[in-house]
Write a protein that binds this ligand. Sequence first.
Ligand SMILES: [Zn+2]
Length: 240
Amino acid sequence: MNKKKNILLSLLLCGLVVSCKKAENRESQSKVSSHIMTKEQKDQLNGEEVLKDFIEGNKRFQNRMATVRDHTKPTRKLITGHFPKAVVISCSDNRVPVDDIFDQGLGNIVVGSVAGNFVDEDLLGSTEFACAVAGAKLIMVMGHQHCGAVKAAIDNVRFGNITATLYRIRPAVNISLDFTGMKNSRNNEFVKYVCENNVRLALSEIRKKSPILKEMEDNGKIKVVGTLYSPADGTLQLVK
Ligand SMILES: [Zn+2]
């Protein structure tokens, strides 16, 4: 009987310890971070390390462990210059909150947003500035699943200035015609395939149309990668 009592007591104590640990974790989660990385800290990083940091940040985002940040006036004062870690070229879709997806604080990411995350001269100029002048070590082109702009390009929508925007995404549709199955915007697998090809085309445009960035990549000064984000579960896959 005493043995049973001891086992019960041990189980209760274990439960208490686990509860305390969980409470501690919740408490540390509720602490607001106002940490800002300095230029010197960012200079120490290379593209591979920034990518690793982003993937770890995305895991925290997926697991609801993202850092609670303070971006109010006192925190903004800590920023002494424009020294990003990375450039993320992303869709302007409001389901794609880039800084949150990678759990990054103020001053870390230059975000280039356009419907369908294609690369044009303006985005290339911004990216060259971020890497060659401001010191960013990673360029990520991030498409996302269920992209409305890609679906509209598949459907060949023509409407106002949207027509010209979709014209930039059409090449991705054209190179996706080897897809086996229904090639329309109602087929999520086809849409995903076009989204991935759209990312591949953007990566190729960066290397083809920006000798500055191509040279930086060839010399190992920056890393260039493609990814596809899933708004439904927050996950990220590499696009090769
Ligand atoms: Zn989109």
